[in-house]
Design a binder for this molecule. Structure first.
Ligand SMILES: Nc1nc2c(c(=O)[nH]1)N[C@@H](CN(C=O)c1ccc(C(=O)N[C@@H](CCC(=O)O)C(=O)O)cc1)CN2
Length: 284
């Protein structure tokens, strides 16, 4: 039997409709939520993602603040824009699109952000809050994955989850999210130093593949009935190639398409973080 689809596109559309109602309610109280983005350089993928974020904002009624810098921008230039957005009252929250061009260090930039305006949940304070179980903005892709599973009634409680990849936007933080009492999963983080990847994959009820290695997850390594989320983005002849081999759809019970799975959920969760921040501020 072929796996059922974890439809990120449709789920994100439903979430956006829900958020539009909450944005309208905020506006009735005189509050217009605003998302800022900082795009440095001319990577076409990053530009596409940032444009998508502003298109989403327009759809739900969130105001857009766009800041762009050339690939030649210095660390100081980027940090100046961050200071400007920290001080801008129209900006409820903002993101710095990652990765930054070579030669720029993202960590001091993230650290300089006002944690109360961290729309991505990637500020050290936000990640620290997540580790400590204190409320705060959550990283968009991990949150999107949890929401995608929940909305398709895939059991997370007690599940063995195997995550591939230790990048900060997904791999590093998703374990913190999934091992909270409310999610209650057991998480194994695999990476390039993992000796026997197949051993770990074979016992996973849920696989989150975010390694950026085309077709790393093979059908023979997936437990029948597992839920497999493909977060990897590699490109070949202009097309996305995910981390999950297409044959996995014949073994898994659930699979997220790529494109159309986790990506749209990442975008929806960014809007969610902005709306939550605006509501929190409005309620004091
Ligand atoms: N500051 C951040 N930088 C990056 C993040 C992030 O969460 N915060 N995540 C990724 C990029 N990303 C959002 O920024 C992102 C990736 C993919 C998608 C998406 O909708 N993808 C489409 C396919 C698009 C295509 O054809 O290329 C899909 O999956 O359907 C949205 C956002 C790294 N940087």
């Amino acid at each position: 039997m072929t796996a059922q689809i974890l439809d990120g596109k449709a789920t994100a559309a439903a979430i956006k409709s829900e958020l539009a109602v909450r944005v309208a309610a905020l506006k009735e109280r005189g509050i217009v939520p605003g998302l800022g983005t900082v795009l440095v350089g001319d990577d076409p993928g990053s530009r596409w993602y940032v444009n998508g974020k502003h298109k989403d904002c327009a759809e739900v009624g969130i105001a857009s603040i766009q800041r762009e810098l050339p690939a030649t921008a210095s660390q100081q230039d980027v940090e100046d824009v961050v200071r400007e957005l920290n001080a801008d009252p129209a900006c409820t929250g903002y993101i710095v699109q990652l990765p930054l061009p070579k030669g720029l260090d993202p960590n001091p930039v993230l650290e300089l952000m006002d944690p109360d305006k961290d729309a991505d949940g990637l500020h050290p304070t936000s990640l620290g809050r997540l580790a400590l179980g204190i409320e705060g903005p959550l990283p968009c892709t991990p949150l999107g994955i949890v929401e995608l599973l929940r909305r398709h009634q895939v059991e997370i409680n007690g599940a063995e989850v195997v995550v591939l990849g230790r990048g900060v936007t997904v791999g590093r933080s998703i374990g913190l999210l999934l091992t909270r009492k409310s999610e209650n999963a057991t998480v194994t983080l695999c990476h390039t130093g993992t000796r026997d990847l197949a051993y770990h994959l074979r016992k996973a009820d849920i696989v989150v593949a975010a390694a950026g290695v085309p077709h790393l997850v093979k059908p023979e390594d997936v437990k029948p009935g597992a839920a497999v989320l493909d977060v990897g983005v590699s490109r070949s002849e202009g097309k996305i190639v995910g981390d999950v081999h297409p044959g996995v759809a014949e073994v898994a019970a659930w699979i997220s398409p790529n494109p159309g799975g986790v990506g749209p959920m990442t975008r929806a969760m960014l809007l969610n973080n902005i709306v939550v921040a605006a509501e929190r501020r409005a309620d004091g």
